[in-house]
Ligand binder design. Structure first.
Ligand SMILES: Cc1cc2nc3c(=O)[nH]c(=O)nc-3n(C[C@H](O)[C@H](O)[C@H](O)COP(=O)(O)OP(=O)(O)OC[C@H]3O[C@@H](n4cnc5c(N)ncnc54)[C@H](O)[C@@H]3O)c2cc1C
Length: 383
């Protein structure tokens, strides 16, 4: 978008585009909610068989080991064709964390099924009393012999009811001060006895997340990642990956395309004031792509993203909300319907992405919390 492909990159782009056109089922294109696993996972498996499921993973762990530009080309081409939102907790969140913090046995056991798409992961951080103030979490894990016994509850667990495993933050030392020093990072098989999962519907009407209850759940001690009580450091490294990955410009690119179709269909595209706003927001999407590539470059060098992941999370998530506001304006009077709008250029769903975009400034740490991080870690302002 903001740079020119070399000859080799142009060939790679053409390969990606041709393969996506030939292999991504039309029914999975431009979906505004995430399809259910039965429909979505065959697409994950197809990308996996092609070797393109993990462009950012090194070849050592079975990834594509793609260059930064190749990763950006993949993102742009997936956005261009309107590829669906995959379950990324394995690929983008726990995968890179296992590579950095897990022992060899844990890597050998858990990384290949993520690539193959035979195991789906969920993130167990938030609790009813612990969201922004994550260190106040109370789900308890007590070491008894060679097992932890886990009791408590997680909430807002994305795809929890479709997942096989959860990476969870648990309290292993309730007396520790500061509170962060009593937290451990545990891998929990969600098919274990004592686990109950209840889906929660979102404002957009999809069952995206769930509540997960633990009642005397026995978890083998070998599922501890890192050292006992040292989970906070790992949790924060993972949040950096999450903030960066969720700011991927693919969804902003898709939103921009949706606006253009809607604006042509409603006629507002001819309005110079609208054109100005569209130009301004297009520039911001280009800026996000540039910011994203810079952050990925830094991450490739340092392994874990730094505070730049907070900056990009604020910019990327607030931009996606602005894009969806402009989409509603592009639809004008038609925007009041809660189903896709038929236009001469194809169907455009306005209501669902608008409602869904409300969530993006909350998950992975809200915009307010990201601004606190930037204030402390970038600007060195006092607490
Ligand atoms: C779509 C979606 C998917 C999610 N998926 C997962 C998941 O898979 N796993 C998981 O563990 N969690 C998940 N979450 C939960 C998410 O991480 C939390 O919602 C988030 O951290 C905010 O916590 P909270 O909801 O408890 O809000 P609260 O922490 O109660 O915050 C409420 C409001 O107060 C503001 N606020 C709080 N503290 C401060 C402060 N110190 N300074 C300024 N403002 C403040 C917040 O910004 C927010 O606006 C998901 C959330 C959403 C919306």
């Amino acid at each position: 978008m903001f740079r020119r492909d070399t000859t080799a990159e142009a060939c790679f782009r053409l390969d990606v585009r041709t393969w996506l056109e030939a292999n991504l089922p039309p029914a999975l294109r431009n979906r505004t909610t995430r399809p259910l696993p039965d429909e979505l996972m065959p697409w994950y498996h197809a990308l996996s068989r092609k070797g393109w499921i993990a462009p950012h993973w090194s070849q050592k762990y079975g990834g594509m080991g793609a260059t930064l530009n190749e990763q950006i080309i993949m993102t742009e081409e997936l956005g261009r064709i309107g590829a669906p939102h995959l379950p990324v907790q394995g690929l983008n969140h726990i995968g890179p964390i296992l590579m950095e913090f897990a022992n060899e046995a844990q890597k050998a056991r858990h990384l290949p099924p993520i690539l193959a798409g035979t195991v789906i992961w969920a993130q167990g951080y938030s609790e009813p009393g612990a969201g922004s103030d994550l260190a106040s979490l109370t789900t308890r894990a007590v070491l008894e012999g060679d097992h932890f016994v886990v009791n408590g509850q997680k909430i807002w667990t994305t795809w929890g009811h479709h997942s096989d495993w959860m990476f969870a933050l648990v309290r292993t030392d309730p007396q520790a001060q500061p509170r962060q020093a009593g937290i451990s990072f545990l891998l929990i098989d969600l098919h274990s006895p004592g686990i109950r999962i209840r889906p929660i519907k979102t404002i957009a009407g999809d069952d995206e997340f769930s509540e997960v209850f633990f009642d005397d759940v026995r978890v083998p001690a070998e599922n501890l990642v890192g050292k006992l009580h040292d989970g906070w450091r790992i949790a924060n490294a993972l949040l950096g990956h999450e903030r960066l990955a969720t700011s991927n410009p693919q969804f902003s690119l898709m939103a921009l395309e949706r606006i253009k179709i809607m604006a042509r269909a409603s006629g507002i595209m001819a309005d110079p004031a609208f054109q100005d706003r569209l130009a301004a927001i297009s520039i911001n999407v280009t800026a996000l792509a540039a910011l994203f590539s810079h952050a990925v470059e830094l991450t490739n060098e340092q392994r874990s993203p730094g505070p730049e992941s907070s900056i990009i999370k604020i910019f990327g998530s607030e931009l996606l909300q602005d894009l969806n506001v402009l989409l509603v304006e592009a639809a004008g009077g038609l925007a009041t319907v809660d189903r896709p709008i038929e236009t001469e250029f194809g169907e455009v769903d306005v209501a669902t992405p608008f409602l869904q975009a409300r969530r993006v400034t909350i998950y992975g740490g809200s915009s307010e919390i990201q601004r606190n991080v930037v204030a402390r870690r970038v600007l060195n302002l006092p607490n």
